[in-house]
Design a protein around this ligand. Structure first.
Ligand code: SAM
Length: 231
């Protein structure tokens, strides 16, 4: 029997590409976005009561990682990208039915729009359901996951003077916590674990409408070089 799902809305996110998105929600509290609901869920009735809730579960489609042939094993970046695990033991994006789930903070509820923070979702992500987080049921005392027992250790993020000034100026223009967003995302060390970057190699990513460029003066340190408006 075939089932089909229709999105209830789409996320407008600070993240314009997959690179440098944190691997789970809550790792970058400054990562903000708006879930724009589509008809008929864009009416106030559909979200009535949500203002009593601090966090929601979003069920969504990994729309930029959908594959015809399901994988049984995946190589999670968290394990360095060279250890293979059963797909159901991981939160990999390449998975049967391409469904992701994230607990995100609800910053505001409006008819047709949910304001979110702490997201790990790409711009344009289709959301297929929204459920309130229920602390007594969704937080399990004593739960263990020996593969991911703690958040990844953050690395040091330094700024060049000019990049910090640029970031502050764009933060004001965008009315977004851009400096914090950059620091929180880069502290997750977005580079693939197997890459040993030479000092001269420059990495870049788009957040909102700006490009952030950085390099690694040492393996455990990122230095932000510039934050410029995308051409
Ligand atoms: N919290 C979710 C979960 O556990 O199902 C997502 C975990 S997954 C490891 C997180 C990664 O998904 C992010 O780092 C980002 O690169 C990727 N991602 C986010 N939205 C996506 C989308 N719409 N399509 C494809 N990949 C996406």
């Amino acid at each position: 029997m075939a089932y089909s799902v229709e999105p209830v809305g789409y996320v407008r996110s600070c993240f314009k590409e997959k690179f440098a998105i944190p691997r789970q929600p809550q790792l970058a509290p400054a990562a903000r976005g708006v879930l724009e609901l589509v008809s008929p869920f864009d009416q106030g009735e559909a979200v009535a009561g949500l203002e009593q809730v601090s966090h929601v579960w979003l069920l969504f489609l990994f729309h930029q990682a959908l594959e015809e042939k399901p994988r049984l094993k995946v190589r999670p970046p968290r394990l360095g990208g060279n250890t293979s695990m059963g797909v159901f033991a991981t939160r990999a994006t390449h998975r049967p039915n391409g469904i992701g789930q994230s607990v995100v903070k609800l910053e505001g509820v409006e008819a047709g729009r949910l304001l979110l923070s702490g997201i790990d979702l790409l711009d344009g992500t289709p959301v297929i359901d929204i459920k309130p987080y229920v602390p007594y049921a969704d937080s399990v005392a004593g739960a263990v996951n020996h593969m991911a027992s703690a958040p990844p250790a953050p690395i040091t993020v330094q700024w060049s003077d000019s990049a910090l000034q640029q970031a502050h100026a764009h933060a004001l223009r965008l009315a977004e916590p851009l400096v914090e967003l950059i620091e929180q995302c880069l502290a997750q060390d977005p580079r693939p674990a197997y890459q040993v970057p030479p000092v001269e190699r420059v990495y870049g990513v788009g957040f909102w409408d700006v490009q952030v460029r950085w390099h690694y003066p040492q393996l455990d340190t990122i230095r932000v070089l510039e934050v410029v408006r995308e051409a």
